[in-house]
Design a protein around this ligand. Structure first.
Ligand code: ZN
Length: 63
């Protein structure tokens, strides 16, 4: 039994409305054949863990 990633598809992100949404089926290969066990989906912008948005600068009090 082994787990494989299916075809990668791109699309529009429902959250940020950019064309950066990716979905990827998870396929489980068994002796009986191939079964789809789930789907991964993520957005390059919303789910970008490697490059978080810069922290907002905090205005100095009184300015
Ligand atoms: Zn997004």
């Amino acid at each position: 039994m082994s787990l494989h990633a299916g075809r990668l598809r791109s699309g529009w992100c429902p959250t940020c409305k950019a064309y950066t949404y990716l979905t990827c089926g998870l396929l489980l290969l068994t002796e009986q054949g191939v079964a789809t066990v789930g789907e991964l989906c993520w957005c390059e912008i919303c789910d970008d863990l490697d490059d978080p948005p810069p922290l907002r600068r905090i205005d100095r009090a009184g300015s």
